[in-house]
Write a protein that binds this ligand. Sequence first.
Ligand code: GDP
Length: 350
Amino acid sequence: GGSGATQSDLQKARMRMSLQEHLLHFYQNNVNIPTEEQAVARRAALDICAELRVFLHAKLPDMPLREMYLSGSLYDELQVVTADHAQLMVPLILEKNLWSSIPGEDTIMNVPGFWLIRRENLEYFPRNSSYWDRCMVGGYLSPKSVLEVFDKLVAGSINWPAIGSVLDYIIRPVVPSETLTLEVQYDTERRLYVDFLPLLVMEDGTSLIAKPHRLVAERHENLWRQSFRVAETARLRALDQEDGGCRCACLKLAKAMCKLNPALNRLNASQLTNCILLLCEKEGDWTQDALADRFLQLLRALVGHLEAGRLPCALSPKVNLFCELTEQEVDELGYTLYCALSDPAGLLRT
Ligand code: GDP
């Protein structure tokens, strides 16, 4: 005795969990999704995907598509909190001699990470030589117009109530939706949102998705978004596999933090993944015991990038992953995270 500590001080000290314990507890109780819940959500997404394949083959046998497939965090063990969304990838086939790609930095918009797809050889192969000419706007393949084609089909001509009753789901297109989204209610309590994501895969493997630039300006409408998701997720996983590290756990904690705090909703999986990948270049210790230290470091790194207004993509540094945030959003995110540095557990309450 003699230290002057009262009974209640000692109690408080005991109750105050270390950040490490707090993170592990939060991970178990809030971040991690039960295997069963994930399986049921995947089943529902697969059923819808199968129906859409049958429908498109029957109704539009000429549409040049590769097989649609499901993707996203639900399939990479990276979804958090609830199993509630997936992407249905719809790869378009473009004729090599009729279309060419122009990187965004070589256009008047000067936006690395976005691309234009230009129609070539119109004099020899006039309009309608390519199926996708119907989506050409001002000489370029318009992602917006491609989405509209699918929107008409998926929201307009598929009898979802009938398909839903066969599958025992309630299915409805979400309107209005920036991307084309289906809501699938597969249980009284559970909903799954399936985004339709048309995609172009170029000869060198570059993937472009029809997801519009967020700061919509007329001149940005024809831009296709380069997707780094497959490569960045693979790199994170590979690093963890090499050393039994906690990078994916750290990512999932950060994703849950952003999902559960409205002030952080604007931060997405790609930004968080890349921030961790950049941290990996400087920091080697990702052992499970270092989770709390790395998590704090991630928060600090995010604050730093927000202050700079720039988060380079780890796979393509000229791409600024904050380029679609407004100045005000950058300030608000930075402020929220800065305040969290002194009490990170505060963002991990539910
Ligand atoms: P989560 O939605 O936060 O769990 O993160 P995901 O890792 O599943 O990423 C999904 C988001 O990334 C969606 O907004 C997609 O539009 C976007 N995205 C970009 N490229 C891809 C891709 O190649 N596949 C998928 N599934 N989503 C992509």
